[in-house]
Design a protein around this ligand. Structure first.
Ligand code: COA
Ligand code: AMP
Length: 632
């Protein structure tokens, strides 16, 4: 008899060591762990502390060794280049081994960092696995970030090598990556010894002698490298994510716990078996790309789809259905914003009928709050379970999910269902007391976090403790606010910090404000995430000028918008700002962003008791109205 979700969940909470220790037997260890959890230095908890393994071995070589080398590991589908490429586990293993050899030849050692700045091509996944193969720590930077953001990450991670491509392709636009990389290395204090550049036919990158090497010819002549057994707690990668300040947080992922949790999640959460085709339509630069384009599916022996395109415009809103039909995708995972984009262009879902998508069994959504309208539209059009699940870069996999591989629980629009196995959740008030009334509070997870979650922040253990574990001792503070209903369903409503979510991309309003504040005419500014029909949220900036000056406001606003694009990148999607005379503040000087956001969203708000000058809110409301907020 199969186990119910309740029984499985309870086991995971009552005896986590037994639960995860059992699941650890499903992965290949060079040295099997004798100890499951070392929590002697909490919150720096260590899973499988004395185990040794290699993540690349588990993702590729193991399947070849088990006789499944001819199965497809990866399908690259690129409508923007009219290419489909299919790579078996054997081929992938061989190509990754040579790339790893090329890195080793350039002096990359276990523990060294390697930065990856690449578009959605198979080589990006191979680059991650090649690092894992030789024990190097990869750090992928999303292609939509500008040189300045790349430089910040280079200086923090101090990579010995950078792997990049000559260009990315965004719809019908070619974005040369190499000039951004060169500029970033100019800006950074740390200089990598080697840059391995994948020349794509669309753009030939200029090469800098002594540093830059051609990917194809270097890899062709390299000797394949074997997998290096690594301690389970060795960092597998560092992935930078937005926090409250402009300095991004380097989320560290260790090896053993991640391999165990991710492999298990493929069956338990997504309900796919080895050999099934699984598609996460995201980007390698985000955590979804790490966990569910690269590691999760490959660890489980699934075929992963890498899609270099958009839900709309490449060429039409039928792109997703075409890919599902062509490659017999069983489970699709994307962000709600992708579905909002499809719905906007094809409200009746007419493109779905043009393809045979009978292979599809479920749609998973995450990355931002899933509005019930979008979920219900997808349910109605696909006639399949549409499953919202909630997670973060920090956790690496779902905090709350409907584990369809265990038992599909009733779907409640607006909720990512129940806490996933391993996560014991509470809702706390500002004093740290549990809220049992179903009211909104801070969503927290009792320690220890399950395997796969971040054991620390790169170069910033103090920030790890102060950002996540000090407000509520004994708990991990997710940074999300919400409630848990009487059936145990979690509702994630908003962030408690200055993080916003634009088209499923996590951004810091603090970082955007820092870029704006650097403009010589800007004395003060505030950025808030305002509700957006397509992208979930959109950043809107309010600028106070230094001297009330005689310069044309429109010109300053345009320069500010360009500044954010240049310093953070197009991904910030910062397109709207206006000049105001003052910002509303509390008497202690705190800018009242939440009140301004409520005015912009047209939701109910109360005059804050501590406001220093209520009249200013009228001016802000007028300025927002001129920008078109609240939307009708
Ligand atoms: N390299 C370079 N530029 C990039 C980029 C990349 N990898 N990714 C995005 N950009 C650019 C875009 O071209 C756009 O530039 P523009 O201002 O010149 O038009 C800008 O960054 C903003 O990108 P985005 O917010 O993604 O907007 P979009 O209009 O290009 O696409 C969606 C909107 C909804 C179609 C798209 O965001 C989407 O498919 N999102 C859902 C899936 C997803 O990736 N989720 C993330 C985590 S799960
Ligand atoms: P990231 O680290 O980029 O994955 O962003 C994580 C944040 O996105 C979370 O802290 C939430 O604020 C938001 N998020 C992700 N998934 C969901 C979801 N299913 N529902 C609500 N918010 C979500």
């Amino acid at each position: 008899m199969t186990e119910s979700f309740d029984d499985l969940y309870n086991r995971s909470i009552e005896n986590p060591e037994q639960f995860w220790g059992e699941l650890a037997k499903d992965v290949h260890w060079n040295k099997a762990p004798q100890k499951v959890l070392d929590d002697s230095n909490s919150p720096f908890n260590l899973w499988f502390p004395d185990g040794e393994l290699n993540a690349c071995y588990n993702a590729l070589d193991l399947h070849v060794a088990e006789g499944n080398g001819d199965r497809l590991a990866l399908i690259y589908d690129s409508p923007v280049t009219n290419t489909v490429r299919k790579i078996t586990f054997s081929d992938m293993r061989d190509q990754v081994a040579k790339l790893a050899g090329a890195l080793r030849d350039r002096g990359v050692q276990p523990g060294d960092r390697v930065l990856i700045y690449m578009p959605m091509v198979p080589e990006a996944t191979m680059a991650m696995l090649a690092c894992a193969r030789i024990g190097a720590v990869h750090s992928v930077v999303f292609g939509g970030f500008a040189a300045n953001e790349l430089a910040v990450r280079i200086d923090d991670a101090e990579p010995v090598a950078i792997l990049a491509a000559s260009c990315g392709i965004e719809g019908n636009r070619i974005i040369p990556y190499k000039p951004l990389l060169d500029e970033a290395i100019e800006l950074s204090s740390h200089k990598p010894g080697t840059c391995l550049i994948l020349q794509r036919p669309q753009v030939e990158a200029g090469m800098i002698g002594g540093r830059d090497m051609d990917w194809a010819s270097t890899v062709a002549t390299a000797e394949p490298a074997d997998c290096v057994p690594m301690p389970a707690n060795a960092p597998l990668y560092v992935l930078y994510t937005s926090g409250t300040t402009g300095q991004p947080k380097g989320v560290v992922r260790d090896t053993g716990g991640y391999v165990v949790a991710l492999k298990w999640s493929m069956g338990a959460i997504y309900g796919v078996l080895p050999g099934d085709v699984y598609w996460a339509a995201s980007d390698v630069g985000w955590v979804v790309g790490h966990s569910y384009i690269c590691y999760g599916p490959l660890l489980n022996g699934n075929t992963t789809v890498m899609f270099e395109g958009k839900p709309v415009g490449t060429p039409d809103p039928g792109a997703f259905w075409r890919v599902i039909a062509d490659h017999k995708v069983k489970v699709l995972f994307t962000a709600p914003t992708a579905f909002r984009a499809i719905k906007k262009e094809d409200p009746s879902g007419s493109f779905i009928g043009k393809y045979d998508i009978s292979s599809l069994e479920a749609l998973f959504l995450a990355g931002e709050r899933c509005d019930p309208d979008t979920l219900e539209w997808a349910q109605d059009k696909l006639k399949l379970p549409v499953i919202d699940h909630w997670w973060q870069t920090e956790t690496g996999w779902s905090i709350a999910a409907n584990c369809r591989g265990v038992e599909l629980l009733p779907i409640v629009p607006g909720s990512p269902t129940r806490p996933a196995p391993g996560y014991s959740m509470d809702v706390l008030d500002s004093e740290g007391k549990p809220i049992t009334t179903g009211d909104i509070g801070a969503l927290v997870v009792k320690l220890p976090l399950p395997p796969g979650c971040f054991p620390t922040l790169w170069n910033a253990p103090e920030r790890y403790v102060s950002s996540y574990f000090s407000a509520f001792p004994g708990y991990y503070e997710t940074g999300d606010a919400g409630y848990i209903d009487e059936n145990g369903y979690v509702f994630v409503m908003a962030r408690t910090d200055d993080v916003i979510n634009v088209a499923g991309h996590r951004l810091s309003t603090g970082a955007i404000e820092e870029a704006l504040a650097g403009h010589p005419d800007v004395a003060e500014c505030a950025v808030m995430g305002v509700a957006d029909e397509l992208k979930g949220q959109a950043p809107v900036g309010l600028l106070v000028l230094s001297d009330g000056g005689d310069r044309d406001h429109g010109g300053i606003v345009a320069e500010c918008i360009q500044r954010v694009r240049d310093q953070i990148g197009p991904v910030a999607a910062f397109k709207t700002a206006t000049v105001v005379t003052r910002l509303p503040k509390t008497r202690s000087g705190k800018i009242l962003r939440a009140t301004m956001r409520a005015i912009a969203d047209g939701t109910q708000w109360k005059m804050p008791a501590t406001i220093d000058d209520p009249i200013i809110l009228d001016e802000i409301a007028d300025s927002l109205k001129e920008l078109g907020y609240p939307k009708a």
